[in-house]
Design a binder for this molecule. Sequence first.
Ligand code: XMP
Length: 524
Amino acid sequence: MKRETVIVLDFGGQYNQLVARRVRECNVYCEIYSYKTDIEKIKEMNPKGIILTGGPNSCYEEGSPTYTKELFELGIPVLGLCYGAQLMQHIMGGKVEKAPVREYGKTDTYFDTTSPLFAELPEESVVWMSHFDYISEVAPDFHICACTNDCPVAAAENREKQLYAIQFHPEVLHTVYGKEILSNFVYKVCECSGDWKMDSFVESSIQAIREKVGDGKVLLALSGGVDSSVAAGLLSRAIGKQLTCVFVDHGLLRKNEGDEVEAVFGPTGDFDLNFIRVNAQERYYNKLAGVTEPEAKRKIIGEEFIRIFEEEAKKIGAVDFLAQGTIYPDVVESGLGGESAVIKSHHNVGGLPDFVDFKEIIEPLRDLFKDEVRKAGLELGIPKELVFRQPFPGPGLGIRIIGEVTGEKVKIVQDADYIYRSEVDKAAAAYEEANGKEAPWKPNQYFAALTNMRSVGVMGDERTYDYAVALRAVRTIDFMTAESAEIPFEVLQTVMSRIINEVKGVNRVFYDLTSKPPGTIEFE
Ligand code: XMP
């Protein structure tokens, strides 16, 4: 079955993935390609529509990213955004130059609502602008269909040829009717039917996996993270016991996590597969003994995983496929859109196990964005707690214990972290219940870490000399930058008092206020 596809041609804009995600939220499948993609390849794909993204260049400068004019003559609708809009105008004979007034941020815009792009929008609304250059003259046969006080051409169209150029960014949430504009493009202009839905994705993937795998054997390293869990669920539904999952419990997981993964995918869970749990806690603690340098710790944790996985693979013998939880952002970021993605390494250390005997790699999630992976996970019946769990680094608590890792320290940080997460969850749920909306301070990632610092305290009549726990909670969209979350003080106090009372070996609790940059989210 060929699904309807809209393609995004990437001109280097920072929001390229966002554009594709927003289109997919309209139930239309969308893929990203470099602007260097050959026109013949585009013709072959026969997309329902093409979107040109923004980018940092000036289209009138020599050497700037461009495209052949033929793109606009294929009879396929094209929507240019920001740089893409300027480029379309430039190529089609309009004029683009440095704007007398640079527009940046939320901007009032007036729409011609007879344009199919702006159908059913109010005549005035706020959009997100970010440009130095502007379209000073539209190309012949184009008509201006939106403007702002500073920008005479906020949008231009040639309805007959189905070419649309918009200076602002509909993909950014600050553009109030951005989603409607993209939806208008894919439905009213491209006439898509909206066949991209997660239930049909799951169904058709199961079919495709069965066809590809036949009666072959598949091996998957299951970490308990969202991607590998959803991959396991999907493969299990498709091929049952032809799938073997190896789950290495490195003793650096959060409290109860190993058992939770086993409850879902192990023999008593709802999925039919061979589940091998390797309890490698002691082996890891031995390897990590005396190691304090963060990079050395990461390396040991990653390499040990590979060794263990190899040992298990050897026991299993040759398999036909090695499955990976590669997702679409990995494919796009590896710059290989459409071709085979670089092999995703576990724990972020380069390389695959040397001795795993397999013929081919299978990546059942390589077309999906993270939010789609989650939806597919729910469709497959994977528990919500697993599907919506917060990001957790491959090296696990190993990089949340500053300095040497020991079994005793792991226990301390597990217990403190468990208390912290439960209290934050409880407070966030209570806020939502009382206010009917999400708490404004609700963090995207929050955890406890163990500092390497011990200090003097007093418990009852006794002097103590114990560890300090650090609490981290950040609000972030992309995890590239982050702000410390303003968790209410009384919540923090409850957490502090529970940790000190319930977790032996801790007599002090700190709250980390550092944003990223200059800090990182993790401690090591
Ligand atoms: P930092 O600490 O770099 O973290 O600000 C950004 C995000 O990445 C996660 N993270 C990792 N994830 N392996 C992973 O799979 C790692 O080695 C790793 N280090 C950091 C971190 O939890 C945060 O979400």
